[in-house]
Design a protein around this ligand. Structure first.
Ligand code: TXA
Ligand code: MG
Length: 324
């Protein structure tokens, strides 16, 4: 059963215990500003294998490698001018850049799934301090069983993976609430591989050029693990609801009038004032609460597809996708 260490009350204990556990090649539950990660030494193949075993992930996908700062990232990857500009503007923060691996880098091929590129991000706050103290990059997918809802609190991690890991660091609720935005620059053009906790509009403003969305068939090689059913609660998910049936759970946004709401099993509003950042921060916790109501269906009212709404709608479409 995992031990919990509160990083605000016991920061030194948290760094010491986390460093020792990581050095033993074991994954830990690590808070970041986006979601909680299941973090392990990105240079240690046994440690990376344990991430996959712990999540029950059926196949190896490239994992995001977390660094303490841009200087550390430059030791592992080669930056083009646009990527460097984005890193300088948004790191530490919810942006992942896919970059060519620097030859001789000791990031293990299991972390990159054998690709010649690496996804790198510099997280805010404690996670960055831990990486600085540990001295090596940490590979960290979200800390949840494969295909399930991502964890945005230490309790979520505990309920899902507490039996399978030995240490969970607790920093309270994740402030952003959805995973990082993933961008890859190719031949001077920016491509959005995953919408996330940094709005596409902000990236375009800093870069002074548009982010290309993928169109048509999903580029499986670019974003494996981003396909079909994902972020799935136990209940079925129904989108763009304007009415609910008795006993359905309702998750709405911005106090819309939804017919039948008075007979719903539970009614939650992601942001009564219509703030998309607040909605992103509440999303996964509310999905778990709606699921916990026992309703067979969770109905969502529509959410604007701008700013962080792009990431929220991406996760909702995956939650609603047909299950395998
Ligand atoms: O917010 C986040 O990004 C969280 C927290 C814990 O930091 N991490 C996270 O990591 O979501 P992970 O490993 O689950 O993200 C993996 C995604 C996959 O969709 C994968 O395809 C993409 O990142 N990715 C990683 N490396 C890549 C690469 N070299 N090329 C293309 N996509 C890559
Ligand atoms: Mg995940």
């Amino acid at each position: 059963m995992a031990r919990h260490v509160d990083i605000l009350q016991h920061p030194e204990t948290a760094i010491a215990e986390a460093s020792a556990t990581l050095a033993d090649g074991l994954p830990i539950g690590l808070p970041t500003e986006t979601v909680y990660g299941l973090a392990a030494d990105a240079t240690n193949p046994a440690a990376i294998t344990r991430i996959y075993e712990t999540k029950g992930r059926p196949r190896f996908n490239p994992l995001i490698c977390h660094m303490s700062d841009l200087a550390m990232a430059e030791r592992y990857a080669i930056f083009d001018p646009i990527s460097r500009k984005l890193a300088e503007a948004f790191w530490p923060g919810p942006l992942t850049l896919v970059l060519p691996l620097r030859p001789g880098s000791d990031i293990h091929p299991l972390a990159t799934a054998g690709l010649d590129t690496v996804g790198i991000r510099v997280p805010q706050g404690f996670a960055g301090e831990l990486i600085r103290a540990f001295g090596r990059p940490l590979a960290a997918p979200s800390a949840n069983t494969s295909g399930k809802i991502s964890a945005t609190s230490a309790d979520h991690v505990h309920d899902d993976l507490g039996e399978r890991i030995s240490l969970i660091l607790d920093a309270g609720a994740s402030v952003v609430g959805v995973e990082s935005t993933i961008v890859k620059v190719e031949e001077g053009e920016m491509r959005l591989l995953r919408p996330g906790g940094l709005a596409a509009e902000e990236i375009e403003r800093v870069a002074g050029q548009p982010l290309k969305r993928k169109n048509g068939a999903s580029p499986a090689i670019e974003a494996p693990g981003m396909l079909a059913s994902h972020y799935a609660p136990g209940a079925a998910v129904r989108l763009d609801a304007t009415a609910v049936s008795p006993g359905e759970a309702l998750i709405r946004f911005g106090r819309p009038d939804i017919a039948g709401a008075e007979n719903a099993a539970i009614v939650l509003d992601l942001s009564p004032s219509g703030d998309l950042a607040e909605a992103a921060a509440n999303l996964f916790d509310f999905m778990k609460r709606a699921d916990g109501s026992g309703a067979a269906i969770i109905a969502f009212s529509s959410i604007p597809d701008e700013g962080l709404g792009e990431a929220i709608n991406d996760r909702l479409r995956r939650a609603a996708a047909p299950r395998e």
